[in-house]
Design a protein around this ligand. Sequence first.
Ligand code: EPU
Length: 417
Amino acid sequence: MDKLRITGGNRLEGTVRVSGAKNSTLPAMAASLLTAEEVLLTNIPLVADIRTTRRLLGELGVRVEFEGNHSVRACAETIVSNEAPYDLVKTMRASVLALGPLLARTGKARVSLPGGCAIGARPINLHLKGLEKLGAHVKTEHGYVEAEAATLTGARIVFDKITVTGTENLMMAAVLANGTTVLENSASEPEITDLAALLTKMGAKISGAGTPTITIEGVRELHGATHEIIPDRIEAGTFLIAGAMTGGDLEITACEPAHLASVIEKLREVGVAIEAGRNSIHVKANGKLHAADVTTQEYPGFATDMQAQYMALMTQADGICVIHENIFENRYMHASELLRMGAHIRIDGSRAIVAGKTRLTGARVIASDLRASASLVLAALVAEGETVVDRIYHLDRGYEKIEEKLQSVGARIERVK
Ligand code: EPU
């Protein structure tokens, strides 16, 4: 198993380029199931979750070829299976994104139930309830969800709770349904808008993506399309915090500043100088940071996917910070590892209280999930001495060549095989 060895203390300076969004590429690849024609996606990140999606689509009969550096062609001319097996779903829960498009295209889908994960129970009940509203017959047996529908019929669906992949699954099911579907209390993350843009290029009729009400008029069939994936806002946010924590001077390029508005605002409050350009963000920090509270929320609020990194930042800010994790019930696994590096953090239910500024010292730590891993890397960048981060397969799921990108701006970080 690979590890990262990091020696802290270097200020990060220079330019770092952001990759395409993992959480946009996953539904976009699943959307290729909706048409017999080819879908070409550019600006995809080369991360493990994308390779897992390729395997999943391959098992369903989709021809998937990576091209050039950051493109993928997917052609679902024939679908040979409608099952997303347990082995794939357990490595990547976003495999549930096959459910909506498979059902819409073939009338049947069998997808392993993902079960809980390191950040919470993460049920998919709202995906299933929505599919039932569209007329699907859904049953759960032997750990699998089986959904069947000779035809799907448009309906009004009000989500009890905002769900990102739930909204995506329902959008992908509704594009081929008879009649009009209205999704209310939908997620409005940029990844939803990006999926709607791809589906529209494929011939779907969608309005309101990016707002809580999405209206979809079903069409008989979709066709191929070419689509450029949006930049990864969480990767960009992680580099912003790396710049802020190390007292650095970083230019983050190929990103979309508008998607990071809440993070930028919070970092300014903390005392970091940030200038947003058209597709770049300049971050400059003089080392003096003040604590500021944060509550994670759905977009455009402060993303839960930035909470762990923000906690690492707060260990370096003067004062007391209260973090409120509103989206997932168990997303503080990184706190106990940060404690081992010298941080002062207390967890109280969904709140975390961080007292800073603390001197961090390098230690052996274990990554528990993707964003937790990122927070440990950030802490290691400012810790005295050497940190070894174990189980970085979590990090590799969503960050493309993070060690090379950080090295290029001055970090002492290497991958140990
Ligand atoms: N929820 C339900 N029932 C459902 C669906 C969700 O109760 O049927 C609850 C969840 O348990 C959670 C909340 O609703 O408490 C929001 O979950 P959501 O469904 O929005 O999460 P997700 O779609 O499973 C996506 C991202 C996550 C990100 C969350 C929140 C992808 C592939 N994953 O997950 O990304 O944290 O939205 O923004 O898009 C990551 O990239 O590290 C990551 C975990």
